[in-house]
Design a protein around this ligand. Structure first.
Ligand code: NCD
Length: 304
């Protein structure tokens, strides 16, 4: 079984993953994780930079007793540099490892790779398309912080056009009732036409805005994003929009008392660091939750 997109999941599967992640969290707290993946080898191959995703996957594998083989900076240091196709790379890794965690800058590339092998491939981010393991850890975070996944208002702020974490979280949240989305961006980074059509065709409740102030008092989740510099072909275009939305303490004062601030990280300047000490700042707790979800996902792909 491959994990390519959050659109592949049914609600009961997602619920199972969330409760498995919670079990994993508890087992780590009690220092009694079972080594269910003992004897397995997990390959992590990243053609784009990563800190949290790769290292939390590797930690998840090690905590469950697996071994890891890892290729970071694979664009420069793997045979991709010599011109090898993603399919051939996947074929080769499946000769060595029992599961493959892969990140690549091209949208759709992980799905392409998954077509040539039965060895489970987990998408760790493919261009601006999907980042399903992030979507699941975000969902787990919202459930933990709010105690529910329905009747929520969620504002995504920043690079709405290029955020793959948005594209993975939205379909998950729409499995629950009465969730409303606000997409707040500069005009250059609004939803792509195709994605807007997907939202409309699926009856998803959303509003597009270019002003942060309007929504602050309404939202339960304020989800900040980084402007995805690597998706711009022209640096001047990036410079023009990079500082569009910066969250400051004065904004936080307008949020509901139980609202949470999320960010998939890395943060550049989207959230003032003085906000870090706020109890509503959930982004470091969110990153920590990645470990539990990735443990649950590794077990899931092995049907354990
Ligand atoms: C995100 C990503 O790679 O899409 N990072 C992550 O995995 N936590 C967000 C980002 O890079 O802006």
């Amino acid at each position: 079984m491959h994990i390519l997109s959050t659109n592949q999941f049914k609600k009961d599967e997602v619920e199972k993953l969330l409760s498995r992640a919670s079990e994993m969290e508890k087992s780590l707290r009690d220092s009694n994780t079972s080594k269910l993946l003992s004897g397995k080898i997990i390959a992590c191959i990243f053609f784009e930079p990563s800190t949290r995703t790769r290292l939390s996957f590797e930690t998840a594998a090690l905590r469950l007793g697996a071994n890891i083989i890892s290729a970071e900076n694979a664009m420069g240091n793997s045979s991709a540099y010599k011109g090898e196709t993603i399919e051939d790379t996947a074929r080769m890794l499946s000769c060595y490892a029992d599961a493959i965690v892969m990140r690549h800058p091209a949208a759709g590339s992980i799905e392409t790779a998954s077509k040539v092998t039965e060895t489970p491939i987990i998408n760790a981010g493919d261009g601006a398309n999907q980042h399903p393991t992030q979507g699941l850890l975000d969902l787990y975070t919202i459930q933990k912080e709010h105690g529910r996944l329905d009747n929520l208002s969620i504002a995504f702020v920043g690079d709405i056009l290029n955020s793959r974490t948005l594209r993975s979280l939205v379909p998950l949240l729409t499995m629950w009732k009465n969730n409303k989305f606000y997409f707040i961006s500069p005009k250059e980074l609004v939803l792509g036409d195709e994605y807007r059509k997907y939202l409309n065709d699926n009856g998803i409740n959303f509003e597009e805005k270019n002003n942060l102030e309007d929504c602050l008092s309404k939202v339960d989740v304020l989800y900040m994003t980084r402007v995805q510099k690597e998706r711009f072909s022209n640096i001047a275009d990036y410079e023009k929009v990079k500082d569009s939305f910066i969250l400051k303490m004065e904004h936080v004062g307008k949020l509901k008392s139980d609202a949470i601030i999320m960010h998939p990280l890395p943060r550049v300047n989207e959230i003032d660091t003085e906000i870090d000490k706020e109890k509503r700042a959930a982004y470091f707790r969110q990153a920590q939750n990645g470990l539990y979800i990735r443990m649950a996902l590794l077990l899931h792909v092995f049907n354990l």
